[in-house]
Design a protein around this ligand. Sequence first.
Ligand SMILES: Cc1ncc(C[n+]2csc(CCOP(=O)(O)OP(=O)(O)O)c2C)c(N)n1
Ligand SMILES: [Mg+2]
Length: 663
Amino acid sequence: MATRQDLANAIRALSMDAVQKANSGHPGAPMGMAEIAEVVWNHHLQHNPSNPNWANRDRFILSNGHGSMLIYSLLHLTGYDLPMDEIKTFRQLHSKCAGHPEYGYAPGVETTTGPLGQGISNAVGFAMAEKLLANQFNKPNHKIVDHHTYVFLGDGCMMEGVSHEACALAGTWGLGNLIAFWDDNGISIDGHIEGWYTDDTAKRFESYGWHVIPNVDGHDFEAINKAVEAAKKVTDKPSLICCKTIIGKGSPNKSGSHDCHGSALGDAEVAATREAIGWKHDPFVIPEDVYAGWSAKDKGAKAEAAWNEKFASYEKEFPDLAAEFKRRMKGDLPKNWKSSTDAMIKSVNEKAEVLATRKASQNAIAALAPILPEFVGGSADLTGSNLTSCSSFQHVSGKVPGNYISYGVREFGMAAIMNGMALHGGVLPFGGTFHMFSDYMKNGMRMAALMKQRVIYVLTHDSIGQGEDGPTHQPIETTAGLRYIPRMDVWRPADSTETAVAWVVAVESIHNPTSLVLSRQNTSFTKRTDAQIDLIRKGAYVLAEAEGGKADVILIATGSEVDLALKSQAALKEQNIKARVVSMPSTNVFDRQDQAYQDSVLTPGVKRVSIEAGVTDFWRKYIGLDGAAVGIDTFGESAPGGALFKHFGFTVENVVSTVKSIL
Ligand SMILES: Cc1ncc(C[n+]2csc(CCOP(=O)(O)OP(=O)(O)O)c2C)c(N)n1
Ligand SMILES: [Mg+2]
């Protein structure tokens, strides 16, 4: 029978051999964390390799994603559908074993990791989602939501600022279901860390309110196991287990040094390591007794069956809640979604209110919240400005149940936490900040897009229109930048009707994130026909057709500038210039429409002028080289918004003269 050491060494062998074959990758972390992995995966993690989507499985996150061969080894060895051929093609095109763990590639990978610091922050989101669901669904004697989130992280994750943001909040929430293992190996890419990382990490986490277990020998199975047992007993605080490890352990000449962090050991050193750890098998050969020692298939099937029984008795007693739990974990929309939201949009259009689009967004949130119990709102300390809350929400802090989160001034942390929540399932997170500070959370937003997650960003104060706060707070290139993220849908609605549609489409977009870019100031309102309401969903549409025949020019505007386009259309008419006004709340969505529709909105051959309070370069693809853009290519200024629009040329006179300059 294989010993525990044999099991751990199987990870070492697979990791060094796969990295060697690919001649690329990171053997150090998997070899250094092999014993910790054996303890967690073989003795604690509740999972079923035959059903990676079991709702109540424990979640495992490898935040130090460069050590991807660690998780691939574990998934393969415990019996997931990740055959050896996939391990052999590590880091090659179409392999499930991508360079870093990619969500949606290998089964059992819960989140994409590699951008350091985000995995641990996702883990906080997973644990929060569990807590929110437990509050909503568990009943006395029926704990159907009851699992742990385990996370491995290295020095890099610890150094990254985002881990500070998320872990501080995890402490405040008292997330007892979160257990983190710090790979304290004293090494990062530049070498021994004394010159750049001397934090007292244990004290840091204690000050956050975590339960910290210091000085655990990360190669001693019993010591690690004792620490995990202790961590599980503390249910009102997240636990950090500080594991002293040796990077690349087992490699006689490279362990303990950054030489084994990020490149293959080399044939000679691989051979020397085999010898040193007593691994007698050829590359990619795992003896049966080692597979038997690792397999989680029977254990996992039993664990899931036991939970299924629990769920069945819950279902008997609380059939509606059970059905709702299933719906939410599947990510289906509520049954009455279409009728409720159609009615909501219709009523907004009929009300014809002149509002800031941030206020229109709040109205939409208030209308959607009662039909979407999965909504989890929040803001990075700007609730009153982003208008992200409403009376349906209860503030939640971990100790008090609810569905609205004050993230504190932690934009990036918020983005990474929302990704974790979305990936956990059962909740639909949205979070607000000033549009300008989406830059702070941008990589988290990019990760949501990469992982096809439904996360909604409420980005208010969307232009120079925000006014007196000045250029630090005035987005210029920001909207365009977000539009360039593949799979991110950006909406910059013009008024309450477009805002309502944007919210509905965002919720319906179950495989991509959405950025709602909203004004601080009031915008004018335009009443839509039923047909136009449907067309808003296409991202762009003819809002006001040229009168008196074929258009001489098409004015394309977004958000607060749609009003200027309409006024300019009237002024142009006086000069016998026929202008069509196209409202384009979402360029991304419009780009996906068929050619015929696109041509019906932007008729080929008709000259175009774009109007948006942002960079002009972005608009070239719509206006062409013979069109013109009214926009801003400098930073803003401090002044009332109205004065700034005038100063930067957002006036009827300037639009008219710009049109004339190209006709
Ligand atoms: C945000 C981010 N910055 C930089 C990197 C590049 N990088 C990958 S691993 C690493 C060092 C990580 O050190 P540590 O977490 O201690 O890993 P170890 O070498 O101990 O495995 C760096 C800088 C990254 N992946 N993500
Ligand atoms: Mg390290």
